[in-house]
Structure formats: C-alpha cells, structure tokens
Design a protein around this ligand. Structure first.
Ligand SMILES: [Zn+2]
Length: 256
C-alpha cells in the first residue's frame, strides 16, 4: 500500500511482514516409530537412597540414535531406570517429531556411591538430561534461557511423565515459568500442569513433579522410581546427619 493518510481501500496491495520467531521443532510431523527396548540391560538393581546408595550389577546406558551419551564412566544405572529412560526418549521422538540432539550427562558411577559434585546420583536412578537447544546453536552445557527450545523441553518432560516412573524432576524456579508457558502453548491446561510443574503454585504444591533446585538451569535432573524388582531401593534420606548440611555450611544448595 502506498504510504499516505488515506485508509486502505478494496484493491490496495498490502505487504505483510510476519516475525518468524523461533523455528518449530516439535509437533510439525510425527517422528519415527519407537525402537524396541535395548538388549543386555537386565539385572541391575538400585540399593539404598539416591543420596546414600549404590547399584548392584550396574548396567551402562547403551548407544542409541535416540540420544547422545556423555562420559562413559558416568552413565551407569539400574535396569529399571535405563529401560524407562530409553522408552521415554523413544516416545518423545515419536510423538513430537523432535530430531535435534538430546544429551544424557551424568547418571551414576559403576558401583554407585558418592559422585562429586552431586549430592545424589548414588543409586542409579538419577539422570541429568541437557535442555534441548534451538536449531543451529552450538552445543553447550550452559545455555541462556533464550537459547533453549522450550516446546521441545516440554514435550520431553511430558514423555518422561507419561512413563509413570518419575519421582521428581529438578529445574530452577525461574526456568519453570518458561517451561510452563511452552506447555500452555502446546495445548496443556493449568489444571493438568498443577500436578506436573511447581511454578506458579509453589506454596502447597510441593507434590508437583518438576520442582526447584538451584544449579539446574542447563539441564533437568530426572529421578526415576524404584522398580518392582528392587526391594532394597529406598527414597531419598532426609536425616540431616546423613546429608551435606552438617559438613558444608558454605554451599547452601549444591547440585542434587
Ligand atoms: Zn543431577
């Protein structure tokens, strides 16, 4: 349309510019069918608590086109955890069509036990998954919030929750808002999200699966439940004498 004071008239030509925003990486087309569960991951059992425990006959996260593995020696877990993790990411890729990279960082050491700098990650049930980044950004463990592909992060959380095997997911409070907004955008309702993301109902909603814990900004820390064949698997110990509280007054909120 010619610049001018007159109102647009029928027959005028308009040039409309639409802000392309972030490229869409999920829910454009379905992904590949989920592959079968990997072989050779049976027999590993979680013993004790995530912050005081070990793994009996640990198995290692297998290679898979579904995800990128971090350091070998940090990727040991219980069979139940590895099975549920594999199923969740397969389901996530299939349902959302996300084809970008998903990086699995720390799980547990081969025998479990203390794994600095983590407080937990001891019994083969804790998994750090890097938050997916927008396409064409270089991989980094420390992205800023605008570099994170929040719709993909939400679809990943959603697939993890769908397994029914999640005990808790840690993500810093301010980032939960971004996850929440992406979830609304992808069609979730506030009612559905109340049980899943603590933000914005922090008070009285400690039961939500995604909870605040400082230091969880480039990744989510996912804790899977004990498996049905793990009678010695225990919840996290809350006994203050058993935790870092007594011995580490200068680090009020270290990684879990
Ligand atoms: Zn962690």
């Amino acid at each position: 349309m010619n610049r001018g004071k007159r109102s647009p008239q029928p027959g005028d030509q308009l040039t409309i510019w639409i802000d392309p925003g972030a490229p869409r990486t999920v829910n454009v087309a379905p992904g590949p069918p989920p592959p079968p569960a990997p072989d050779g991951i049976d027999g590993a059992r979680s013993v004790g608590a995530p912050n005081r425990g070990r793994i009996k006959d640990a198995v290692q996260l297998p290679d898979s086109p579904l995800y990128t593995r971090g350091f070998d020696r940090w990727l040991w877990g219980s069979s139940h955890t590895i099975r549920a993790l594999h199923a969740a990411i397969a389901d996530f890729r299939h349902q959302s069509g996300f084809a970008g990279e998903i990086v699995i960082g720390s799980m547990s050491l081969r025998r479990g036990g203390r794994f600095a700098p983590h407080r937990s990650h001891q019994s083969g049930r804790d998994v750090d998954i890097r938050l997916p980044l927008l396409p064409a950004l270089p991989l980094t463990a420390f992205p800023n919030a605008d570099e994170i592909d929040w719709p993909a992060a939400w679809e990943l959380v959603r697939a993890l929750v769908r397994t029914g095997e999640i005990e808790v997911i840690f993500l810093e409070g301010p980032l939960q808002r971004r996850l929440y907004q992406a979830a609304l955008w992808e069609g979730a309702t506030p009612d559905q999200l109340r049980e899943i993301i603590a933000w914005p109902n922090r008070k009285g909603h400690e039961g939500a699966l995604v909870r605040h814990s400082r230091g969880h900004d480039g990744h989510i820390h996912v804790r899977f439940r004990c498996g049905p064949d793990e009678p010695r698997c225990r919840p996290r110990r809350r006994d203050p004498e058993a935790t870092w509280l007594a011995s580490a007054p200068h680090s009020p909120d270290p990684p879990r």
